[in-house]
Design a protein around this ligand. Structure first.
Ligand code: FE2
Length: 346
């Protein structure tokens, strides 16, 4: 097997990537190799990752109530109402409406996403944020849903949909984020109605059925020639017709009152609903992804004092530096300080 455009010495690294989170069919030529995928490389990674996640969930189950475990098993996501004590919730929302914090922004078509890290700066100005980012029950649920140990990354997320700008938002197509269970959480600061660009989730689509395995395998054979950048990056889109062939699924708009926590396994199919009007959605958000083949639900990084709160700032500093070296704008543009509810800068 030879790949003339890639130097040979990079292949040990690519091979190692097969045993981790790497998902791109473009960046890792082994993951994207049609011959290896015809032999079942992608299919076997998917199957092994699902088995390992289920095994680790068994070890993480003690931190989650029986009702929430049942909801996850059935739907692939969990909805928890009144997630923060009322007075804490009100203080958090009032602060975020009026007081600026260091922010980053990214645009995808008509949708602008803002990220305000819940790190040392935000925590020192609004200690109540720790009721979300340091909460054992919330983090326990996030770990269980993703089937992974370690600490999630927490930030305040704003999504502003501006339909007047006509580009489509790529996140409004149903997709799985990657080939294995990962966890995302949203604690909504305002009511989310059907026209507020809510999250759309396909209940039950987190399960690795035989039909899903076959679909994953078929996708792995065609994806390298696919024109969709998202497919080739390993975040597979699915059409309504394909979804109907996988089973009796009905996508559901997750409309919720303020102070509701939603934690979802984003291996299940999901999207943002296309927004017919200008909308602003603000949420306390957590993102949790780790090696899907890890034997234990545990991360040595959790033992490093203070690292949990600083991880996102460190990651952003590193990506800023890489972008500068490559002579391009970073994906997450530093827009200085603004409130979570401020209009878009990018
Ligand atoms: Fe997604």
């Amino acid at each position: 097997m030879s790949y003339p455009s890639t130097p040979w010495w990079r292949y040990p690294g690519f091979a190692l990537g097969l045993f981790g989170t790497e998902k791109s069919f473009r960046k890792n030529p082994l993951i994207g190799d049609p011959r290896l995928n015809a032999l079942g490389l992608h299919r076997e990674r998917v199957k092994l990752a699902a088995r390992m996640a289920n095994y680790r969930r068994g070890l993480l189950a003690g931190a989650v109530s029986a009702e929430e475990r049942a909801a996850f098993d059935r739907d692939g996501f969990v909805i928890r109402h009144d997630a923060l004590p009322d007075e804490v919730f009100k203080r958090v929302r009032d602060f975020l409406k009026t007081r600026p914090l260091p922010a980053r922004e990214m645009r995808q078509g008509q949708a602008m996403t803002r990220m305000i890290p819940i790190g040392p700066t935000a925590l020192s100005r609004l200690p109540d944020l720790a009721r979300f980012s340091h909460d054992a029950s919330i983090n326990g649920l996030i770990r269980y849903v993703g089937g992974i140990g370690g600490d999630p990354v927490h930030f305040i997320q704003t999504v502003i949909a501006e339909p007047a700008l006509h580009d489509a938002d790529p996140q409004t197509a149903l997709h799985a984020d990657t080939f294995h269970s990962t966890s995302k959480a949203w604690l909504f600061l305002d009511d989310v109605g059907p026209d507020d660009g809510p999250f759309v989730f396909v209940p039950g689509s987190h399960r690795l059925t035989e039909k899903r395995i076959e679909w994953e395998h078929r996708q792995s054979l065609i994806v390298s020639n696919d024109r969709s950048a998202y497919n080739v990056e390993g975040s597979f889109r699915i059409t309504p017709d394909e979804l109907a062939q996988l089973g009796d699924f009905t996508p559901r708009k997750v409309t919720v009152p303020a102070n509701t926590l939603v934690v979802a396994d984003t291996y299940a199919f999901h999207s943002r609903a296309a927004s017919p009007r200008h909308t602003v959605r603000v949420e306390l958000h957590a993102y949790h992804r780790s090696n899907p083949f890890a034997l234990l639900p545990f991360s040595a990084l959790s033992l490093v004092p203070g690292l949990h709160d600083r991880r996102l700032d460190i990651h952003l500093a590193l990506t800023d530096r890489a972008a500068k070296r490559a002579g391009r704008e970073p994906t997450w543009r530093d827009v200085g300080e603004c409130t979570a509810y401020a209009p878009a800068h990018v």
